[in-house]
Write a protein that binds this ligand. Structure first.
Ligand SMILES: Cc1ncc(COP(=O)(O)O)c(C=O)c1O
Length: 613
């Protein structure tokens, strides 16, 4: 009896998971529990808490990848138990591919110098250390003081630069921002350079507004200054976001190792490198730019292995995932993804402009993001917009700019690969709803005065505004529905393409029948029509062959173009033409679309549903 009681109490497989005693009592929060619990119970407890986290795909604050192809998810799981230090093949391949992408001046069989990191922050620490050590060595050799190194940057730098400065005792000399100019001014930066400057750090894709800084101008001005002073102050490019954007959609832009003073570049694999969080890269121009004394060599894992990272062990899944993206997408795929992000950014930007309520602070040709501020924030501000959007599930940060521009508050939406056209349109729609709602709400400042003045009048005012709000929302809806109705059907074949296909099919049918007849098969003769038995058809054979060849050639050409344009499996799910254009919202779609695209569109909407507070 005793035995069976114990078994039924403790055997989780007997009870429903939620009824088992492990889930019925709470666990100590900050202390290790005394006893073990069954794996099902542990899973359920943690899984339940995770449900409370925001939906990462609706977190538009982050640059970090939130969607990858299921095939890559499988690879990630398959390599989850591998340690990065035990494998040196894949990181090397990625470093070389990225170095070539950044135009490193490598000889034919020369290996690139670089390393995989946890993200751009670690990459920047390593690059900064290399600059500091090189500068110190030079100063020591010249018999000059080497205790006051500094880095010149814009005040818009990401916090990791401040971390580097504090952790590694380097002064950060920041170029101040000004109204309407939110990146580092190259002229001012070069003016601030002195003999203790270990490098100037330029950003390709400012965190605040996505803008690419003018690295070419910085390089040219710095070349001049180095000539005048006899220094050789180098440049580092923080291409955390832009490094995987510019090479694909602005290949002519000179920002990388094509510029002689650019000695190292970092990039986040987990941003536009399209890999989940946990991977970054730093690449040096050549061996001489990474002091040998910073590289450690270990041999106890087998062969001699150089290591230059802040940590030792780390998971290798992200490296594998980066390699998957590089080979799966290729140049074409990355270009497609980046173009699509840019297109979706424009859709969002235009939608916001149409409201007439916002100033756009970001530029079209940087990182695909939209930073915008309210034209009039005297009654309601950007923080309120951000707060109200949370009710719809959206996480859109509002923040003030750094010193000297801190009176500007912006909202920022980062367009990632999985921020599809559907989501862009829904976000505009939800922002419109928020704006209308805000209009009906008393300003937080005025509210206090109104309440103090006359509560009755305030209530009447609110009632009136509520009515206005309902009317306005109805008008917006009506307009919206009409627009959708007018949108019509998007997917169709052009008439010339249709004609080509029909011609080609007819020619092929005729030829097939003709050839079969030449084969004089008795069965075929019995079931086919008699007229083709005339010898005249033998004379027509060259004509058939000609028609067949020409139409087939044309068909193959158009077919292959069509396949490339429409075949969803070639493109990443968010890049296929089906997901790049909007569907009529309230009408039935005329043509079929592939199941992957249909699922994608529905999943995107499902992510938002259920978040309506
Ligand atoms: C310009 C810039 N540099 C560095 C970083 C830090 O990157 P990570 O998150 O990969 O460490 C960021 C992150 O947003 C960034 O925008």
């Amino acid at each position: 009896m005793v035995l069976s009681k114990t078994a039924s109490e403790s055997d989780v497989s007997v009870h429903s998971t939620f009824a088992s005693r492990y889930v019925r009592s709470s666990l100590p929060r900050f202390k290790m529990p005394e006893n073990s619990i069954p794996k099902e119970a542990a899973f359920q407890i943690i899984n339940d808490e995770l449900m409370l986290d925001g939906n990462p795909r609706l977190n538009l604050a982050s640059f970090v990848t939130t969607w990858m192809e299921p095939e890559c998810d499988k690879l990630i799981m398959a390599s989850i138990n591998k340690n990065y230090v035990d494998m040196d093949e894949y990181p090397n391949r990625c470093v070389n591919i990225i170095a070539h992408l950044f135009n490193a001046p490598l000889g034919d069989s020369e290996a690139a110098v670089g390393v995989g990191t946890v993200g751009s922050s670690e990459a920047i620490m390593l690059a900064g250390l290399a600059f500091k050590r090189k500068w110190q060595n030079k100063r020591k050799a010249e018999g000059k003081p080497y205790d006051k190194p500094n880095i010149v940057t814009g005040a818009n730098v990401q916090v990791c630069w401040e971390k580097f400065a504090r952790y590694f005792e380097v002064e950060l000399k920041e170029v101040r921002l000004r109204d309407g100019y939110y990146v580092m001014d190259p002229e001012k930066a070069v003016e601030m350079v002195d003999e203790n400057t270990i490098c100037v750090a330029a950003i390709l894709g400012s965190t605040l507004n996505g803008e690419f800084e003018d690295v070419k101008l910085l390089n040219d001005l710095m070349v001049e200054k180095n000539k005048e002073t006899g220094w050789d102050t180098p440049i580092h490019v923080d291409a955390a976001s832009g490094g995987f954007i510019a090479p694909f959609i602005q290949p002519e832009l000179e920002w990388d190792f094509r510029l002689p003073l650019v000695k190292s570049i970092n990039v986040s694999g987990h941003k536009y490198g399209l890999v989940y969080a946990g991977i970054g890269w730093v690449v040096w121009r050549s061996k001489v730019d990474l002091p040998e004394e910073l590289i450690f060599h270990i041999n106890y894992l087998g062969a001699d292995q150089p290591t230059f990272t802040l940590n030792f062990s780390k998971g290798s899944s992200q490296v594998i995932a980066q390699y998957y993206q590089l080979i799966r997408l290729g140049y074409e795929g990355y270009k497609n993804v980046m173009e699509n992000c840019r297109d979706n950014m424009l859709v969002l930007k235009e939608g916001l402009e149409k409201t007439g309520k916002f100033n756009i602070v970001s530029k079209d040709n940087g990182v695909p993001l939209v930073a915008f501020s309210l034209k009039d924030n005297s009654s309601h501000n950007e923080f309120e917009v951000s707060e109200m959007l949370r009710r719809f599930g959206w996480i859109v940060p509002a923040y003030t700019m750094p010193p000297d521009a801190q009176h500007i508050t912006v909202l920022r939406v980062v367009i990632r690969e999985d921020f599809s056209r559907t989501l862009a349109e829904r976000l505009v729609f939800d922002i419109e709803k928020v704006l209308h709602e805000l209009e009906t709400l008393p300003s937080r400042i005025t509210a206090k005065i109104v309440l103090a003045d006359d509560e009755k009048e305030a209530a009447a005012n609110k009632e009136k505004r509520d009515l206005e709000k309902t009317r306005e929302i109805t008008t917006v809806w009506r307009k919206f529905v009409m627009q959708r109705k007018m949108n019509g059907v998007i997917f169709h074949l052009s008439p010339s393409l249709r004609a080509a296909r029909i011609l080609s099919l007819l020619a092929n049918l005729q030829l097939l029948e003709f050839l079969l007849r030449q084969d004089s098969s008795a069965d075929f003769a019995a079931i086919s029509s008699p007229e083709l038995h005339f010898p005249i058809f033998s004379l027509l054979r060259p004509l058939f062959v000609l028609v067949f060849s020409v139409t087939n050639l044309f068909f193959t050409m158009t077919q292959s173009k069509t396949a490339r344009d429409t075949h969803v499996s070639v493109h990443s799910a968010f890049v296929s033409q089906y997901v790049r254009t909007s569907l009529p919202r309230f009408n039935m779609q005329k043509n079929s679309i592939p199941k992957e695209a249909a699922c994608r569109i529905i999943y995107d909407n499902l992510d938002l549903d259920g978040n309506l507070g």
